[in-house]
Design a binder for this molecule. Structure first.
Ligand SMILES: O=C1C[C@@](O)(C(=O)O)C[C@@H](O)[C@@H]1O
Length: 806
């Protein structure tokens, strides 16, 4: 009997309108607004549509025409709203989706469109209305869930400052830093969800920066690890410190192994938490016979697990793990509803006498999974003592010869009661555990951790120890060596990282042509000067005209090849450049900006001080945030003009304009301010984002920058954000000025210091250079500690200098 892939019933047109349903207080309007901005779609709200069609608000219509006529009209308008906006919209449903007729319409619509049910925690809804009303509403709300095909858990995070003191975000000077606002976190979560359901995320990451971790799905990386985490364990540890999970795996395999009350909500919440806290892909696995739970009759098992799998698909997890030895109806339902989730088709060969690797039935199984349309195939085999890497290799060769392309990636390993036998057997999605979490119920990953397994690759010479650098004319104070070395140690990499002073391209070349060169962070004078010598640049680096990360290209031809040659020595054929300065600034701005100062392209203005490589990155970050009025001030006016011209012609080529026609034929996004003595340009709002990109200490004999904001320019009534990129010293004249200004005039200004930005820059650079997730908290902590130590040492040496000369 030939097997074929069932039709994916949820592979919607990527431009199909997305409908949001859920009860009052669930946050549909805000999410709709954020989603429309992100996808560049039109937001259609039911209230507005009603008014547009009838010329009356609902209230007016009701009082003029009575209840019955209103209900009829309402249902009719609802259907017309769905029908008239079939593509390119986000549609927010109001109360009429509680009517049976509207629900039928929604159900029909969900055959061709994503209809997303928005969950909100019961307690949060109760906060917005009285408890009895909330209870009533939640009951009715179940209906919404029934007529949707996807669900999004709108997580409420009580803490306003998620970076605990442990995360090292406070400086010795206690600079006031903003935690991300709730709206910001909702936006990050929801836009990620939209990327998943529209399938845009990976493609965009790949196009923009092909070496970023998100650009290459874990199954296509040279090596990747799936951190196994059991739901039972997450529910037992209520106060989990999520930062401890950073960089413990390339993705997380959430194993559903327990069935408490309210299971669906609990799962939806955990998925939302993992997305928010870790932002890594999720593999969703429903365990058929969890240890420690009661044995279920077959029929109950099939029904319950089919529902649980359906829930994973509705939550649009990245991967759904599907046991292909289970009943056909269940298998076929998952494949039909897979939507944009990838399916990992599993074969578990358990018990003594498990099917040997070279048995032909293994090939048949693989072939069946391939025919069913599985995206990844996973075969795990229990073996008491006969694990032999060579046999598994033989099996891989056999597959290679017998199965036609395209072959889905294979995850294959032996396991015993001690867990996976040899961590190197499976290169991709190898199961690993968290080193500090006991997992007695787990029998697949008991011994291996991602760090241990990756380190083994170096020990076995499958990966090579490489040399990484920060290069520039003034790098002695750089915090990068400490941060990167700590991250290498954490990840089990045998690389080194050094600061080397050099100022000519020849010197730089000498370092980079070595077979053991791993990559470099660049600073002045190379950020712009290196551009013509790079064979490949990320989309962002090209736009900025500057790079700060340099990587050797050692692959054969494709970018994927190059990316997967990281952590390996050899001759570099060419070099790749990327820029993590801009994204670090963007991350910090986003975190610090208050909802009142959210960027409005037509109004918001930004100010950048400086005209070097960092200033370019800052301008680009502002433009990426949506700011369309960027002013530049630089001591040397001509240099600022050159940078402004660069971005104005780039913006023109991209079809971006300032939206104002005030300045002649081309409406320039960037303008140069000639003097600090001038008043702020007429017709523009005062800046709410200010980024200072000038060194605070003397560099190359130039006097140190002593920039302070003209007081008149600081007059934004809603305050704003000042990012000071210098951290040598941390309290620059601008920082001192802002402290005083906050205290005496307007406390709504938020300050972001240079250590915060450099930490973000280093994190992203580590990921680009190694292709592995960075231990973020650790890197930031080490950055701050190293900075403090440097300050102490400097004070000590200043002390002895003074003593010597006294
Ligand atoms: O700004 C910085 C910091 C840096 O100069 C350092 O010392 O780590 C390295 C640069 O690549 C980056 O752009």
């Amino acid at each position: 009997m030939s097997v074929s892939a069932p039709k994916n019933e949820r592979a919607f047109d990527p431009n199909a309108s997305i409908v949001l349903v859920g009860c009052r207080g669930a946050g549909k309007r805000t999410l709709g607004f954020l989603g429309a901005l992100h996808l560049r779609r039109r937001l259609v709200t039911e209230d507005h549509w009603f008014e547009k069609v009838t010329g009356l608000t609902r209230g007016q219509f009701l009082s003029r025409n009575g209840k019955e006529s209103f209900s009829r009209q309402n249902a009719d308008v609802f259907k017309r709203m769905l029908d008239s906006n079939r593509t390119g919209c986000i549609i927010e449903c109001g109360m009429s989706s509680l009517a049976a007729e509207s629900q039928d319409a929604l159900r029909a619509y969900s055959r061709t469109h994503p209809v997303v049910y928005i969950h909100r925690e019961k307690e949060q809804i109760a906060r917005l209305m009285d408890a009895a009303d909330a209870e009533q509403l939640l009951k009715a709300d179940e209906k919404h869930r029934e007529c949707s095909n996807l669900e999004y858990y709108n997580l409420y995070d009580g803490s306003n400052h998620p970076s605990s003191p442990k995360s090292g975000s406070s400086t010795p000077l206690e600079l006031k830093q903003a935690g991300p606002s709730k709206l910001l976190r909702a936006r990050e979560d929801f836009t990620r969800f939209l990327d998943l359901i529209t399938g845009r995320g990976a493609t965009r990451a790949w196009l923009e920066s092909p070496f970023s971790v998100n650009a290459i799905p874990p199954e296509f990386r040279a090596y990747s690890y799936a951190l196994r985490v059991r739901l039972s364990c997450l529910l037992d540890h209520k106060d989990i410190d999520w930062e401890d999970f950073e960089a413990r795996g390339d993705c997380i395999e959430l194993v559903i192994d327990t069935w408490p009350r309210d299971l669906h909500k609990l799962i939806a919440r955990q998925v939302a938490l993992i997305r928010r806290k870790l932002g890594i892909p999720i593999i969703y696995h429903v365990e058929e016979n969890p240890r420690g739970e009661r044995r279920r009759p077959q029929e109950e098992k099939d029904k319950m697990d089919a529902e649980l799998l359906e829930l994973g698909l509705r939550l649009s997890v990245d991967y759904v793990s599907l046991d292909l030895q289970r009943n056909e109806a269940l298998v076929s339902r998952v494949l039909r509803h897979k939507g944009r989730s990838k399916v990992i088709g599993n074969f578990w060969h358990m018990g003594i006498g498990a099917l040997p690797w070279l048995d032909d039935r293994q090939i048949d199984n693989y072939r069946r999974a391939q025919a069913l349309g599985c995206d990844v195939i996973r075969i795990a085999r229990f073996c008491a003592g006969d694990s032999d890497a060579a046999i598994l290799e033989e099996f891989r060769r056999k597959l290679q010869h017998t199965i036609p392309d395209p072959k889905p990636p294979l995850v294959a390993y032996d396991f015993s009661v001690l867990g996976v036998r040899t961590p190197l057997q499976s290169k991709i999605l190898s199961p690993v555990r968290h080193p500090d979490i006991e997992n007695e119920r787990d029998h697949l990953a008991t011994v291996s951790t991602a760090t241990g397994s990756f380190e083994l690759l170096f020990r076995q010479f499958l990966l090579d120890p490489l040399q990484f650098y920060v290069l520039g004319s003034n790098v002695s104070y750089s915090l990068s060596p400490a941060m990167q070395t700590a991250a290498f140690d954490f990840a089990g990499m045998h690389h080194t990282f050094q600061a080397v002073t050099c100022s000519t391209l020849d010197d730089l070349n000498q370092i980079c042509i070595s077979d053991a060169f791993g990559g470099a962070l660049l600073t002045a004078p190379f950020k712009v000067a290196i551009m013509p010598h790079l064979k490949v640049k990320s989309h962002h680096a090209t736009a900025i005209g500057a790079v700060n990360v340099l990587l050797p290209l050692r692959g054969k031809t494709t970018i994927l090849d190059h990316a997967n040659s990281r952590n390996r020595a050899g001759r570099a054929h060419a070099f790749f450049g990327d820029n993590t300065d801009w994204s670090a600034i963007l991350t910090c701005l986003r975190r610090a900006i208050s909802p009142r100062n959210y960027v409005q392209p037509s109004k918001t203005t930004g100010l950048v001080i400086g005209a070097g490589g960092m200033a370019r990155a800052a301008i680009y970050a502002l433009i990426q945030l949506g700011c369309r009025h960027v002013f530049i001030y630089n001591r040397t006016y001509e240099n600022a003009l050159e940078v402004a011209e660069h971005f104005n012609s780039w913006a023109e080529s991209q079809g971006l304009t300032s939206g104002s026609q005030l300045n002649g034929p081309r409406s320039d996004i960037c303008q140069v301010l000639p003097s600090l003595l001038d008043p702020w340009p007429q017709g523009y709002q005062l800046p709410t984002m200010v980024i200072s990109c000038v060194p605070a200490i003397s560099v190359d004999g130039n006097p140190p920058a002593d920039f302070e904001m003209p007081l008149e320019w600081l007059g934004s009534p809603t305050g704003g954000v000042v990012v000071e990129l210098a951290y040598e010293p941390l309290v620059t004249p601008l920082v001192a000025q802002m402290h005083a200004y906050r205290e005496q005039v307007n406390p709504s200004w938020v300050l972001v210091d240079g250590l915060e930005v450099v930490g973000e820059m280093a994190i992203e650079a580590f990921e680009l250079m190694t292709g592995r997730m960075a231990p973020k908290r650790l890197m930031k902590e080490v950055g701050r500690k190293t900075w403090e130590q440097q300050q102490q040492q400097r004070q000590v040496s200043m002390g002895s200098f003074q003593t010597d000369f006294s």
